[in-house]
Design a protein around this ligand. Structure first.
Ligand SMILES: NC(=O)c1ccc[n+]([C@@H]2O[C@H](COP(=O)([O-])OP(=O)(O)OC[C@H]3O[C@@H](n4cnc5c(N)ncnc54)[C@H](O)[C@@H]3O)[C@@H](O)[C@H]2O)c1
Ligand SMILES: O=P(O)(O)OC[C@H](O)CO
Length: 333
């Protein structure tokens, strides 16, 4: 039985801990709030994030990072992207020199425009063979209900990816390997921005033609940027690209789509932040992805418009009108 540490006792950290436990591992969650850890240990439930879901006996929780990491062969990170660099700086002293780090996060850092694998490399100095990501159509509540799903485990070192694949292959969770860390991370971060715009369309009362058009152009925009930065185009057609985009943009469970829906209904960004504690990564990553696209010389109208709506510079109605009115062009340009 392998020991795995999972940092982050929110929706996805807890649901992925269940996957790891179902796959035969001994899992220790690090939680920021002691009361959440106590509830997990005493009531076998994370009532704040996954109420009504019974946790396997091999999942325990602690607020002590050193205790969470003791004897762990891999550590999984599932906290918000924008505070991850600071968090990891605090946890770094407890990481062994050979531990493999896995990011579940789907954001790009503001300012540095770093992906989370790059933050892990910067902060710890670890090489690419110790840095991995898991990304795919994995809405936490469905995974916690053990509904069948697939995902991608990406690491530049294929042997490491295979080892991690075995660690998280459970009866309801099917991981595929990839060596395209960049493609998986950009697919995961960009779909959140596209889901915001789809949510806005839904909030405005538009139907399936509108959402399908935005999803498809969102995939084109994601692929344009990711390929310019060196991603494998097939990654964007796979689970961490199209798969996650479809799940997130279609599901009322998505926090990003819901955030967009509220914008479409006329709420402001500040009002939405005040209404939920859960992270909608796209509301921040729209700025960093837009900056990354501009830096790379890539046209990114969806990121540009979503960023403007989130910043309160234009309305969701302005965004939809502008999408249609933009200069016409060939679909493949
Ligand atoms: N929920 C999903 O379905 C899902 C699926 C795949 C990927 N993800 C990604 O996983 C990451 C985590 O998402 P989540 O759904 O678990 O979010 P969440 O909001 O449910 O939980 C976030 C967790 O991080 C903690 N946290 C918040 N601020 C923190 C800080 N400053 N320092 C340390 N911990 C902090 C919270 O207490 C909470 O335990 C995000 O990048 C998200 O995009 C989520
Ligand atoms: O709830 P969201 O919008 O953060 O999306 C959750 C997952 O990323 C879906 O794969």
């Amino acid at each position: 039985m392998s020991k795995i540490a999972v940092f982050g006792a929110g929706s996805w950290g807890t649901a992925f801990s269940m996957v790891l436990a179902d796959a035969g591992n001994d899992v220790t969650i690090w939680g920021r709030r002691e009361e959440v850890c106590a509830t997990i240990n005493e009531r076998r439930e994370n009532s704040d994030y996954l109420p009504g879901i019974a946790l396997p006996p091999t999942v325990t929780a602690t607020h002590d990072p050193e205790q969470a990491l003791a004897g762990a062969e891999a550590v999984v990170f599932a906290t918000p992207s924008q505070t991850f660099r600071q968090n990891l700086g605090e946890w770094k002293a407890f990481l062994s020199d050979d531990i493999v780090m896995i990011s579940l996060m789907k954001g790009v850092e503001l300012g540095t425009l770093s992906r989370m694998s790059e933050v892990m490399a910067d902060v710890t100095g670890a090489g690419p063979d110790r840095i991995a990501v898991v990304s795919g159509p994995n809405l936490a509540k469905e995974i916690a209900r053990r509904e069948p799903a697939a995902s991608v485990v990406a690491c530049a070192d294929e042997e490491v990816a295979k080892r991690l694949q075995a660690l998280c292959h459970s009866p309801s969770f099917r991981p595929y390997t990839s060596v395209d860390v960049l493609g998986c991370e950009l697919g995961g971060a960009y779909k959140n921005v596209v889901a915001l715009s789809v949510g806005m369309a839904v909030g405005l009362g538009f139907g399936d033609n509108t959402t399908a058009s935005v999803i498809t152009r969102g995939l084109a925009e994601t692929a344009r940027l990711a390929m310019a930065l060196g991603a494998n185009p097939l990654t964007l057609m796979g689970l961490a690209g199209l798969g996650d985009l479809v799940a997130t943009c279609s599901s009322p469970l998505s926090r990003n789509r819901t955030f967009g829906e509220k914008l479409g209904q006329g709420m402001t960004t500040d009002e939405i932040y005040a209404s939920t504690r859960q992270v909608a990564e796209g509301a921040k990553s729209c700025s960093s992805l837009l900056a990354l696209a501009q830096q790379t010389g890539i046209d990114a109208p969806i990121a540009e418009h979503v960023d403007a709506v989130v910043a309160g510079k234009i309305t969701a109605t302005d965004m939809m009108q502008s999408f249609v009115a933009r200069d016409t062009k060939a679909e493949t340009d």
